[in-house]
Design a protein around this ligand. Structure first.
Ligand SMILES: Cc1ncc(COP(=O)(O)O)c(C=O)c1O
Length: 375
């Protein structure tokens, strides 16, 4: 075959997702597997979303609402903006791609934190843009001066992710404000707040209040995390109406399926599920941070998210594999250039204890000296 793909496609690296449960069950012959790898909600989906979804199944012969009007106005009411400030997508992933499609010409520049969620880079490369990674500081916090220093006349987009994936660290309000103030008006700042519901620091902001004050930025959110709907794929972006209009122009007509729209609107109203999820996460995050620290591991702090980044050291690869063999899936951070680290999603108390038990088994095994040859 001599059909050539676009140049940009040659440079794309496939996304590397967390290992699915079925794969680990099959590979290691296990019944029970604990997945702490993809930052999903261990409490499961919002019960109100599940009920709404079943009720709406009888309408599946109809196309979905192309303008997601029910979800859009529910979001607008909850967030204190007008529906024109909102677009929904097939996961926040789709919105990241729509932003790139709407704004990036070949040769434009896009600044992304490093390490970070790889979808940003993927969409920039896809559009033929130059992706400019700006490293986090050694303690995994943002270096605003470095981001501002990377801006050139070709910069169109700047991504920050707060709480940050994969580190759990966050960008304090004052620094976000400074960034917004100093970026030229020709640059769109995108605040990915996929994990924003889990943050409890006094100076945390997902940027929505700044948007409501009339500042120009785009805030990304998802129903995949605290709302427990990762499998059905809904995310949303909030920005000025002219930005949202540009994204609406490039989206597929029926980008959010009917079940997803119904489930997301119901999940949004399920404040009980959200607060139970937040509490479970805060308790588990404290517990795992303390227990892992007591075992001599370094936990990147403070995590404001539903996962922690943990330094296991030179043995990280062996421990990661050992956990898999014991049916505990965590995420190797080697994909982010951090081979001594793993990212661990906070689970239920039982799941967290299973992780600690499996780690202890591995530790004990490591401590047993190798049998010595008889002298
Ligand atoms: C930082 C960040 N942004 C966006 C997403 C995408 O979320 P969605 O499932 O809505 O596509 C994720 C998913 O893990 C994420 O970690």
């Amino acid at each position: 075959m001599s059909i050539r793909t676009r140049q940009a496609v040659l440079q794309l690296k496939p996304y590397s997702p967390g290992k699915p449960i079925w794969e680990v069950q099959r590979e290691h012959g296990l019944d029970r597997v604990v997945k702490l790898a993809s930052n999903e909600n261990p409490l499961g989906p919002s019960p109100l979303a599940m009920e709404a979804l079943l009720r709406s199944a009888a309408e599946l012969h109809r196309y979905p609402d192309a303008g997601f009007s029910e979800l859009r106005s529910a979001l607008a009411d909850t967030l204190g903006v007008t529906p024109e400030h909102i677009i929904a997508g097939n996961g926040a992933d789709e919105l990241i791609k729509l932003v790139a499609e709407a704004y990036l010409e070949t040769g434009d520049e896009m600044i992304v934190p490093s390490p970070s969620f790889t979808e940003y880079e993927f969409t920039g490369v896809l559009m033929g843009a130059r992706v400019v990674p700006v490293p986090l500081r050694a303690d995994f916090t943002y270096d605003i001066a470095a981001i501002l220093g990377a801006v050139t006349p070709r910069t169109k987009l700047v991504y920050v992710c707060t709480p940050h994936n994969p580190t759990g660290t966050y960008l304090p309000r004052g620094e976000l404000e400074k960034l917004l103030e100093e970026l030229p008006p020709s640059v769109l700042l995108i605040v990915d707040a996929a994990y924003g519901h889990y943050a409890d620091a006094d100076d945390y902001t997902d940027g929505l209040d700044l948007l409501r004050q009339g500042r120009t930025l785009l805030v990304l959110q998802t129903f995949s995390k605290i709302y427990g709907l990762a499998g059905i794929r809904v995310g949303y972006a909030v920005s000025r109406p002219e930005v949202i209009e540009a994204l609406l122009k490039v989206k597929e007509p029926f980008n959010v399926n009917a079940l997803a729209q119904t489930a997301a609107a119901a999940a949004l109203a399920d404040t009980d599920h959200v607060s139970r999820s937040r509490e479970l996460n805060a308790d588990g995050r404290r517990y795992l941070t303390e227990e892992l620290t007591a075992r001599g591991f370094t936990v990147v702090r403070p995590s404001q998210s539903n996962f922690i980044l943990v330094r296991l050291g030179a043995e990280a690869g062996r421990i990661y594999e050992g956990l898999l063999q014991r049916g505990v899936i965590v995420r190797s951070a080697a994909v982010w250039g951090l081979p001594e680290y793993v990212r661990i999603t906070i689970g239920t108390p039982e799941e967290n204890d299973r992780l600690l038990e499996a780690l202890a088994e591995l530790g004990r095994r490591a401590e047993v000296p190798a049998p010595r040859v008889a002298e």
